[in-house]
Design a protein around this ligand. Structure first.
Ligand SMILES: *[C@@H]1O[C@H](CO)[C@@H](O)[C@H](O)[C@H]1NC(C)=O
Ligand SMILES: *[C@@H]1O[C@H](CO)[C@@H](O)[C@H](O)[C@H]1NC(C)=O
Ligand SMILES: *[C@@H]1O[C@H](CO)[C@@H](O)[C@H](O)[C@H]1NC(C)=O
Ligand SMILES: *[C@@H]1O[C@H](CO)[C@@H](O)[C@H](O)[C@H]1NC(C)=O
Length: 539
């Protein structure tokens, strides 16, 4: 007789918000306070980054973050790339129909507001092939030829009609603004630290990832996680000691752009469709005997350790089909429960995943530990199968409503405290809250998380670790798809070579004709969760 094992799912996510609301990242039981040795510091902590150990963990950051130079006149708005004058056309002659499984190629010519062709690359375009009747879609590859033209390539993965759509997300000049702010500003947002003395006195100060960004005139309080080495700073309160820090919340969005920068990032040039350049195409099966209406090669079951190809999948009839593993669908509550039972799903996923599972599986009962706090932790249990689903927010620099500092657990520390094993699944989702700081901040954080994931997989190789890449959504200087792309480059680089599974939420939110949303709609969340479940139950 089979014994049911409990599942433990920890979801650790970062979701980044420009508006403060729901965040995600979970973790289980209450643990030790994070803040062990708060002490005032005087020196600039950003000088203490251990770049040596970091560079062993991550490839050359310069290569990793390469983006074509955007050249040109930075001050002339009309010389920036325009979505209205840029065009694309088929690379070869038009055909009456196209063969399933082949590729469609197109050339995009970027132009400025005067209609003059651009002479350099660096624009962020997003290309899609859509099949509205078939509720189908796939991201196209956009290759920057760095001379103002771009090669677009679309795999033809379903039979039927398909239509190319291209959007200018940010002009290269807007990317230049994001790049400059990202590299040069220490922070584009700040936070509040709420202190409370034993006699009830309260003080609120500014906190941030480095001492300068706390605005402190005098000394600062430094909070260091003794396990992960992650540090956090608050201005020293006037009367209370550093160890009286009890609460954390978002602060302000700092003014980091000029009026000219704002023109380049304005709504009428950001995330705008290009005029349609290619009529709808008809894709037909090649041979009579092959009656499949999609071009899926035979794929192995979903196991961690694959580097996913591009595209990593496509939508067809509202279902995401992975191109590299046989992703499954879980249409019934029973099918989800049968997957969850049999092992401990032990770790973290994004809150939307947690909510999807909670809402879809009636016997998965939420147990609201700290329901008053938006950062959780959240827990749900399914008692007949012994499944436990946890979600908690990752730690600072989380933008959130006021939350107890004791509830903010570093991802690395949570991982170090997890036994792991065949019934444990950990989902990590990070990136969105790191776009407001220079790249070194996320790189350093990831170095610690990578080490913790590696240690977990070394001690219990049967643990399943899933990385949810950051999805599309924001389009501002604080959070933008361009910044998110860089976060995803970091995430892939940080976990390469480890036996982890990726859920490419970037592509899953780039493939349909729906507006980008940092909190994507249920159809997309369902497909993300089903791909995640496919890694737990590959067959
Ligand atoms: C990183 O890459 C840049 C550009 O290719 C190169 O100049 C630099 O020497 C590299 N650094 C290391 C440490 O490999
Ligand atoms: C597809 O195109 C070929 C020529 O390229 C043509 O002979 C054939 O009739 C077309 N099929 C359909 C269904 O349009
Ligand atoms: C841009 O570069 C590509 C690849 O090198 C080349 O084929 C194309 O002719 C160039 N286009 C222009 C306008 O220079
Ligand atoms: C509470 O303690 C703080 C710091 O020790 C002190 O400055 C303050 O005057 C005290 N307040 C009261 C009401 O005793």
């Amino acid at each position: 007789m089979r014994q049911f094992k409990g599942y433990k799912i920890l979801i650790v996510g970062l979701i980044f918000l420009v508006l403060v609301f729901c965040l995600m990242m979970p973790w289980p039981e209450p643990m030790i306070l994070w803040l062990e040795q708060p002490r005032p510091v005087s020196e600039d902590a950003s000088e203490t980054i251990d770049w040596d150990s970091l560079s062993q963990e991550l490839p050359n950051l310069t290569n990793l973050l390469y983006w074509p130079p955007s050249g040109g006149d930075r001050d002339d708005f009309l010389a920036s790339t325009s979505p209205r004058t840029s065009t694309y056309h088929l690379k070869g002659p038009a055909q009456a129909n196209y063969t399933l499984g082949s590729n469609l190629e197109a050339i995009l010519v970027a132009r400025d507001h005067w209609g003059r062709p651009k002479a350099h690359g660096g624009d962020l375009f997003r290309a899609q092939l859509l099949g509205p009747e078939l509720r189908a879609g796939v991201p196209g590859e956009v290759k920057d030829l760095e001379n103002g033209t771009y090669l677009l390539s679309f795999p033809l993965l379903w039979a039927g009609w398909a239509q190319v759509q291209v959007r200018l997300i940010h002009s290269s000049e807007a990317v230049g603004v994001l790049q400059r702010v990202w590299r040069e500003k220490r922070a584009t947002v700040d936070f509040r630290g709420h202190f409370r003395g034993t006699n009830g006195t309260q003080e609120t100060v500014i906190c941030n990832v480095d001492p300068q960004s706390t605005g402190a005139k005098g000394s600062t309080c430094q909070y260091k996680d003794v396990v992960s080495g992650e540090i956090w700073f608050c201005a020293q309160p006037c009367t209370l000691p550093c160890n009286a820090l009890v609460g954390h919340s978002s602060g302000s969005y700092l003014k980091v752009t000029t009026p000219h920068d704002e023109d380049l990032l304005a709504g009428y040039v950001t995330d705008q469709k290009l005029p349609s350049g290619i009529p709808p195409i008809l894709v037909l099966q090649a041979a009579q005997e092959n009656m499949e209406n999609t071009a899926l090669p035979s794929r192995p079951p979903c196991h961690p350790g694959h580097l996913s190809p591009k595209p990593s999948g496509f939508y067809h009839q509202d279902r995401w089909h992975s191109t590299f593993c046989s992703s499954r669908s879980f249409p019934t509550v029973e099918s989800i429960l049968n997957c969850l039972s049999g092992r401990i799903v032990g770790d973290s996923t994004l809150r939307q995943w947690w909510e999807y599972l909670r809402d879809t599986v009636p016997s998965l009962k939420p147990v609201d530990l700290h329901a008053t706090y938006q950062v959780g932790p959240l827990m749900a249990v399914e008692t007949t199968r012994g499944t436990v689903l946890h979600w908690r927010a990752h730690s600072w620099p989380l933008r959130s409503l006021r939350t107890p500092v004791a509830s903010l657990h570093s991802v690395a520390r949570e991982l170090h405290g997890l036994a792991g094993g065949p019934y444990t699944v950990v989902v990590l989702g990070m990136g969105a809250h790191f776009t407001t700081f220079p790249p070194s901040i996320f790189a350093r954080r990831l170095a610690g998380i990578r080490a913790a994931v590696k240690a977990l997989l070394d001690r219990e190789p049967s643990t399943l670790v899933v990385i949810k890449l950051a999805n599309t959504g924001y389009k501002s200087v604080y959070g933008s798809d361009w910044l998110t792309l860089q976060m995803n480059r970091f995430l892939r680089a940080a976990f390469v070579g480890l036996r982890v599974a990726f859920v490419d939420a970037w592509e899953m939110t780039s493939s349909l004709a729906v507006p980008d949303d940092i909190h994507p709609r249920k159809l997309i969340v369902r497909n993300e969760v089903e791909l995640f479940l496919s890694f737990i139950c590959p067959t």
